[in-house]
Design a protein around this ligand. Structure first.
Ligand code: FE2
Length: 197
């Protein structure tokens, strides 16, 4: 399988000024594209050439000799989710079904938001913070570099990229401000809710 860069559901300046056109051009057009190019080169003519992206991630995660494949495959998957998790004029009220689940598992929406942002803030160096389904419950976690919760039997429904390439142009070193804006102004809650079932 040859993987391709997914088209965004919005134009590059649609998330501005929360996420600038320059950031999206580089992040989607260059960084994400590079992961895909590397992945295609890595798997060409190997036993993973015809596997699904999820299979490549799961198989390569257990094999130290396939760390390059894992990093690029996982980053491709992570970014696919990340783009879908945002929309112009996002944030705002969480749809009722998802809100109910969040309150059941975190106590309140505010507690969930604090936990999620804290996971992103405290991820040392590059990585991601997540909201995932795990054994019927919602859970906030963080991962380093390319890793994602799939390899720990969790199903992510929301992910925020805290690599510097995601925020440094717009927020410099202010990762907490970026996370705050992501949660309050970018998240496509309808999409996140659609992944609940
Ligand atoms: Fe990224």
């Amino acid at each position: 399988m040859t993987f391709e860069l997914p088209k965004l559901d919005y134009v590059n300046n649609a998330l501005s000024p929360i996420m600038s056109e320059e950031t999206l051009e580089l992040h989607h057009g260059k960084h994400h594209q590079t992961y895909i190019t590397n992945l295609n080169n890595f798997i060409k003519d190997t036993d993973l050439a015809n596997s699904s992206l999820e299979d490549i991630i799961l198989q390569s995660s257990k094999d130290e000799s396939k760390v390059g494949i894992f990093n690029n495959a996982s980053q491709h998957w992570n970014h696919n989710l990340f783009w879908k998790c945002m929309k112009p004029k996002g944030g705002g009220k969480i749809p009722p079904k998802l809100e109910k689940r969040i309150i059941a598992d975190f106590g309140s929406v505010e507690k969930f938001k604090t936990d999620f942002k804290q996971a992103g803030i405290t991820q040392f160096g590059s990585g991601w913070c997540w909201l995932s389904k795990c054994n019927g419950k919602l859970l906030v976690t963080k991962t380093a570099n390319a890793a994602n919760p799939l390899i720990d039997n969790m199903q992510p429904i929301l992910g925020c990229d805290v690599w510097e390439h995601s925020y440094y142009i717009d927020y410099r070193n202010r990762r907490p401000e970026y996370l705050d804006k992501f949660v309050e102004n970018l998240i496509n809650w309808e999409f996140v809710e659609s992944l609940l079932d």
